[in-house]
Write a protein that binds this ligand. Structure first.
Ligand SMILES: Nc1ncnc2c1ncn2[C@@H]1O[C@H](COP(=O)(O)OP(=O)(O)OP(=O)(O)O)[C@@H](O)[C@H]1O
Length: 324
């Protein structure tokens, strides 16, 4: 038996005037998966998620969510999805519980189960003891947790999270991920999320790397890291310039100075270290070898780091502003 994919996307496109925000992406998400879109600001993540949630009309291609077409069956799609977007849409003057009741009514959650369901989702994000407090008194992290609870209230098949932890401190981000992981165990749900944080992409079953409106590669974080095929070696030396020249001349390796250490990529890093000590001809004070990170994956598939890609996007935007 083949299951209907939770999300199926075929050559999906979105053009805003002259900007090709999404240039024909195709992928499938299986039921129960946590699937992430990883890419720098401006890569087209929000535009894609907005098309899947029926908030933006595609320019071309097709997509279905929980088996329903995002253009032809918008109401069915909406009934089957939960949304947590970057900008909070809670009513600060209402209590946490009132916000959820309002949403339950909007989504037609049957009256006789609303009370229990509200308690269940609020307990999941550890907010039940704050149910009567006005949302305006909540911290950013509490609001995001409440939004996740609200997104789950009507038991959606697919939960869409657009940058669920952006702007939150590391501790709160870790807590949000704790809730998301708990959620996978307790609810029969598929999670589709976007992020530009490498550490977050690690939590996903599979990720699609998206850059300039195109999917560059889709796979599990482990498989992607293995595909880079090289380890990262960092050495502390007495003279970085000389070490870099020696690496180039003796091994044909291009190294750079990164985080205060001479850094380069090489296959089977641990086996390379003894050769390095024997043949470099320069004093080495310390050495570390690490497996490739998702940063290295992004770099190897796109040719730049995610931070540099974001800086370029910001610069392009600033140039456009200056030209106006
Ligand atoms: N409503 C719009 N009108 C015009 N251009 C848009 C609109 N929405 C997005 N864009 C452009 O489409 C491109 C993709 O934007 P999108 O918001 O999807 O990227 P993103 O990867 O989600 O980045 P971020 O994380 O910053 O939201 C960008 O160049 C953006 O300026």
């Amino acid at each position: 038996m083949t299951l209907t994919p939770a999300v199926a996307v075929q050559d999906l496109k979105k053009t805003y005037g002259k900007v090709d925000a999404v240039k024909g992406v195709s992928f499938e998400v299986q039921p129960g998966e946590v699937f992430g879109f990883l890419g720098p600001n401006g890569a087209g993540k929000t535009t894609t998620i907005s098309m899947l949630c029926t908030l933006v009309n595609p320019t071309g291609g097709s997509a279905s969510v929980a088996g329903h077409d995002v253009v032809g069956a918008r109401d069915e799609v909406r009934r089957n999805i939960g949304l947590v977007f970057q900008d909070p849409t809670l009513d600060g003057y209402l209590s946490a519980e009132q916000n959820l009741r309002f949403h339950a009514e909007l989504y037609g959650v049957p009256r006789h189960i609303v009370g229990d369901r509200i308690r269940q989702v609020m307990e999941m994000v550890a907010l039940w003891d704050r149910k009567d407090a006005k949302v305006m008194t909540f911290s950013g992290g509490m609001k995001r947790r409440l939004e996740i609870a609200r997104g789950l209230l009507h038991s959606p098949r697919v939960l869409f999270l657009d940058e669920p932890t952006v702007g939150l401190d590391p501790q709160t981000r870790a807590a949000i991920w704790g809730y998301i992981n708990k959620l996978r165990l307790s609810e029969d749900i598929t999670i589709f999320m976007t992020t530009h944080y490498m550490e977050e992409a690690e939590y996903c079953d599979r990720i699609a790397i998206i850059d300039h409106g195109e999917i560059v590669v889709v796979d599990s974080p482990e498989a992607l890291k293995a595909s880079v095929g090289k380890d990262r070696v960092q050495i502390h030396t007495g003279d970085d310039e000389r070490a870099i020249t020696a690496l180039r001349q003796r091994f044909g390796i291009e190294a750079t100075v990164n985080e205060g250490a001479v850094t380069f990529a090489v296959a089977a890093g641990e086996e390379f270290v003894p050769r390095l000590f024997a043949e470099l001809g320069q004093p080495i004070r310390s050495v570390s070898v690490s497996r490739p990170s998702l940063d290295d994956v992004f770099m190897s598939y796109t040719g730049s780091t995610i931070r540099d890609a974001e800086a370029d996007d910001k610069n392009a935007w600033m140039r456009a502003m200056v030209r106006r």
